[in-house]
Design a protein around this ligand. Structure first.
Ligand SMILES: Cc1cc2nc3c(=O)[nH]c(=O)nc-3n(C[C@H](O)[C@H](O)[C@H](O)COP(=O)(O)OP(=O)(O)OC[C@H]3O[C@@H](n4cnc5c(N)ncnc54)[C@H](O)[C@@H]3O)c2cc1C
Length: 399
């Protein structure tokens, strides 16, 4: 998180609150901001206060320094429209993260002139193996050019300066990335459609290192490795180098979600991107789908614009669902808990219960991390038993 310190007349950076979006580097007019890669694959932001002209663009765009208002956040969920969506070509559907709705919107919107620009990721050959890219009708990507869900942090907003003025621009990102882009893209398009990749947390590379250990491989110091998350049916796989693990087995290690979280993710309770103005949110239909080898994306429609775009792409198959049908997959309780503990992680005053939940979580994270780091590779069953000893106490405290 970047803040302006009036007394020191300097921009100050706090890694423990950084959401790793990369917008600060992109908007700095004097290239006063640089990145320093840490061992866990996240970046430290370095501000050169000699070059800095105190324009505060970085501070104004930083998504972590704005306290969100969550009043009424859950009021409209029963009235929203929900769909299970998928690309109608089974080969594409099989290889995407969930059902391929996101990539299909990106590609088909450009092919059919529904948008004249899209900002999302492209695959790269070097760590973090993905970067932001601006696509137009002149460089329409293939499905394989766009990565599936990348769970380690990627600084997705770093390339927003590539965005040229558009009549209709589609931006894809997690909630923090959309918030960051909102501030930076003013005047860049007549209309912006926002697609939110539902996200409870981005992980550091230590999460992938742990998965590598489980599958008996390693991520080398120089970070030259290959990785692929999801795809290959649903819920898919995680592959590190040549070794892979079914994604549902990786997901059976619940502390994976807690130990290696990008620090600033604790400061975001807007997983659906509603406060960031999302038109659609896309997520996995965990718990609600009948098992089959083909994925589906659970689409939450927030606006008429989002719905119109979704329905105008005929290579997306859609099954309309009611709130009751999808309730179990929406993770509303998890999102609510994140909202409750956000003040604690911001170091602000909060309820005693939220304080207790935040403290218990930090204690548990430290202990489990120590155990997991110290021990050699263990069978997955061991980690599942460990989780039984350390169940997420936030769930018990914040009912
Ligand atoms: C960090 C992260 C955490 C997530 N957590 C959850 C969760 O807890 N529960 C849940 O149900 N779903 C979660 N998802 C969403 C889920 O993994 C799928 O992305 C979603 O279901 C869309 O699937 P799809 O097949 O339509 O996407 P695809 O058609 O495969 O397209 C993926 C799109 O996401 C973009 N993308 C990939 N990684 C990132 C990233 N790190 N930042 C920004 N854009 C990215 C790609 O550029 C592409 O446009 C998470 C995704 C991410 C990236």
């Amino acid at each position: 998180m970047l803040e302006f310190d009036k007394d020191r007349n300097e921009i100050c950076y706090d890694y423990s609150r950084c959401q790793q979006c990369g917008i600060c580097e992109a908007v700095c007019p004097k290239q006063a901001i640089s990145l320093e890669l840490r061992k866990d694959g996240t970046n430290l932001i370095k501000v050169d206060n000699d070059k800095c002209i105190r324009c505060k663009r970085c501070v104004n765009c930083c998504p972590a320094n704005k306290r969100e208002n969550y009043e009424g956040y859950f009021d409209n969920f029963t009235g929203k429209e929900y769909y299970l969506g998928y690309n109608t070509d089974n080969t594409v559907r099989h290889e995407c993260s969930s059902g391929g709705v996101c990539k299909t919107i990106v590609i088909e919107s450009l092919r059919n002139g529904l948008a004249d620009g899209v900002y999302t990721l492209r695959r790269t050959d070097v760590f973090p193996y993905a970067e932001g890219e601006f696509y137009t009708k002149d460089n329409i990507p293939q499905y394989d050019d766009i990565p599936n869900s990348v769970y380690h942090s990627i600084m997705a907003c770093r390339n927003i300066n590539k965005i040229q003025h558009c009549k209709r621009l589609i931006v894809v990102g997690t909630s923090c990335q959309l918030r960051a882009m909102n501030a930076a893209l003013k005047g860049k398009a007549d209309e912006i459609i926002r697609i939110c990749i539902f996200c409870k947390q981005q992980k550091t590379l230590d999460s992938t290192r742990f998965l590598a250990k489980i599958v008996g491989t390693k991520i080398p110091e120089n970070l030259k490795f290959s990785t692929r998350y999801r795809g290959n049916g649903w819920p898919g796989i995680v592959r590190v180098n040549e070794s892979e693990l079914p994604w549902n087995r990786a997901a059976q290690i619940p502390f994976g979600r807690r130990l290696w979280t990008v620090p600033g993710c604790d400061l975001c309770g807007d997983s659906f991107g509603i406060n960031a103005g999302a038109d659609l949110s896309l997520m996995d239909p965990w718990k609600i789908r009948t098992p089959n080898d083909m994925g589906e994306t659970l689409v939450t429609v927030h606006t008429e614009t989002g719905k119109k775009l979704l329905k105008s792409i005929d290579t997306i198959g859609l099954q309309e669902k009611s709130f009751e049908d999808v309730k179990a997959a929406l993770s509303l309780k998890d999102v609510w808990r994140k909202q409750q503990t956000e003040p604690y992680f911001r170091g602000e005053q909060c309820s005693t219960t939220a304080q207790k939940a935040g403290e218990a979580e930090m204690r548990q994270r430290r202990t489990i991390r120590k155990i997991v780091d110290t021990l050699p590779r263990m069978p997955i069953l061991f980690y599942r038993v460990l989780c039984k000893f350390y169940p997420d106490s936030r769930n018990r405290i914040l009912k």
